[in-house]
Design a protein around this ligand. Sequence first.
Ligand SMILES: Cc1ncc(COP(=O)(O)O)c(C=O)c1O
Length: 369
Amino acid sequence: MIPVNSISLNGKEKKYLNQCINSNWISAGGKFNDLFEDKIRNLIKKKFCISVTSGTTALETAIQSLNLKKGDEVILPSFTIISCFNAIVKNGLTPVPVDCNFDDWNINISEVKKKITKKTKAIIVVHIYGLASDIKKIITLKKKHNFKIIEDAAEVMGLKYFDNKYCGYYGDITTFSFYANKHITTGEGGMVLTNDKKIFNRCKSIINLFFKQPRFIHDEIGSNFRFTNLQAAVGLAQFENLKKIIKKKRLIGKIYQKGLESIKNIYLPLKKNNFSKNIYWVFGLVLKTRNRKKREDICKKLLKKGIETRPFFWPIHKQPVFKPYQKKEKLHLKNSEYIAKNGFYLPSGTALKLKQIKYIIQEVKKIMK
Ligand SMILES: Cc1ncc(COP(=O)(O)O)c(C=O)c1O
């Protein structure tokens, strides 16, 4: 079976883990925590950062740090992971999902403009599947409407905008995930970055149960989202291989692009958009024929050939958990709905071998004829 994701732990992961164990410091606040955080902060060029237990808890921390009021609205792309929605509603705020572009699957700026109200206090901008969103237009809107930008860069660690800044640079708060399918992984893990000292201090308290002096007196509800020295040891080793990992992801993307370009009835991912060159977090395909059954059928056939696939995200506005936020006139976000029904992605983990990619291309071509 070729899994949809496969990871490479072929750097100094073991060496650093051994050092960590030998030092007897395996929980939060260790040497590797500092080293790992320094690396990412320096790469993204942010003043402050704090590592947490996942990309999901990074988003929850980011939203909680803003101190918003019940009824305040947060805009998010409908085509994204459920974690973005959870972070909003767990903090008592109102989610406002917006449609995506048909070509790069990122949030559509004209649709964002239509959804901004006086209650809009934040927007979560997610860079989807390996291409950057139009963050500069969002910044222009922010200047006019005064909301905060949360840049969810979970899927694009190491991706640069064409202005040479790394994704994550422009958000008021940026979040990452280090789950096993991300460009660098610590098993589970995430990070919050910001230039705002107040937000940073608040994040530190949120992820550490609002401990303060005197100890065991708490004046707000926090969580234990602390990241361990063990995870950071793996993270540091992974980080040292980031350039190689990105090179491999782009190579996989390039081979798929060339191998699959002759198939007439699918859309391939864009090689680049106006803001970045694809880093191929995943290699997604969208069927040109509107037929969800057909997608399931193709994925089943691929599975029989030993090739695992995944369907695209299911849109937020179509989720059962979105029902309480649904207005009388039901939301219809046509691009998100189309790609969710007709999109799936192929194996693209960094441990994938050239001969496996060739085999996948051959089988996809046979099935899609
Ligand atoms: C864009 C995005 N944000 C957040 C997350 C959540 O990260 P985690 O799985 O570490 O909680 C994911 C996970 O895939 C993601 O793709």
